[in-house]
Design a protein around this ligand. Sequence first.
Ligand code: DAH
Length: 339
Amino acid sequence: MKEKTEMLVKECSDYLNQCNDLNDLNRIKIKYLGKNGLITALLKNLRDLPSEQRPFAGKTVNDAREKIQTLLDEKEGELKKSESGILLEKEWIDVTLPGKNTTRGSLHPITKIIDEIISVFSGLGFEYKEGPEIETDYYCFQALNIPKDHPARDMQDTFYINENIVLRSHTSPVQVRNMEISKPPIRIVNPGRVYRADDDATHSPMFHQIEGLCIDEHISLGDLKGVLEEFAKNIFSKDTKIRFRPSYFPFTEPSVEVDVSCSICKGKGCKICKGTGWIEILGAGIVNPAVLEQSNIDSKKYSGFAFGCGIERIAMIKYGIDDMRILFDNDLRFLRQYK
Ligand code: DAH
């Protein structure tokens, strides 16, 4: 028995010398000490021995089992130590290395200008509104005092989807939608995309407008002028002046075109303002009483002003851009300048 157990211990120790991972170690453990292992079998066989031999044989097998257990434990300790060493080696990081730069996106100049304008008007008590881009002929024209076949429709090259549905050619229909659902006082601004069949350096088939509407008692052209002056000073520069020129829109009476003093040449005359010192930025006026009545607002009690402004035009003036199309090319070299 002694020889046999010594042999098993020796054999196990040889295996362990060659073993270099924990899975292997487990297999060796099972081979000797598992339920059907070699040492376990010897222990089971003890009961077949004559009783006077049993104590000695029992001690021999138990000693062998302890030796093997010790060998296994030692090896396990050794392997665990070296595995964590390998892990440390593999997962080593140099925390002093500089980080990887991820490039950040930024807002498009058109979005930035819209945000700036909204912020000026919200400071003046105007609420932000939106409206649909696919609009009915009624909201886009009829409710704004432009009946079907009226020559004023030629002022805008509208995309018709069918006889009664259009891609909105201006943001003015949002005025009507809001007058229908709210009572004065009304103060709203609504920016958004508009569409016209037009395409050259200063026109794009899709562009942006922002519309403003203010309705209350005793609203006059003076109020319009004060509000637009505040707008121009905030968007261009503190010394910007504005001027009104008479104009015509079916939905306002009187109607005006609004110019700002050229911020490039400070009014002296340059290429941007075509030598005049002034740049046209928007159309506006006193809301036509017919438009108020159409939306059930009492035009004897209330009056209002409205304006509509092209955002691309503001961007071109503010940033000195001479071709509108560059705003829609999405060339990153251009866009990054406005970060
Ligand atoms: N809707 C006009 C256009 O697109 C601009 C405009 C002019 C809007 C006068 C207004 C306004 O609200 O009162 O040409």
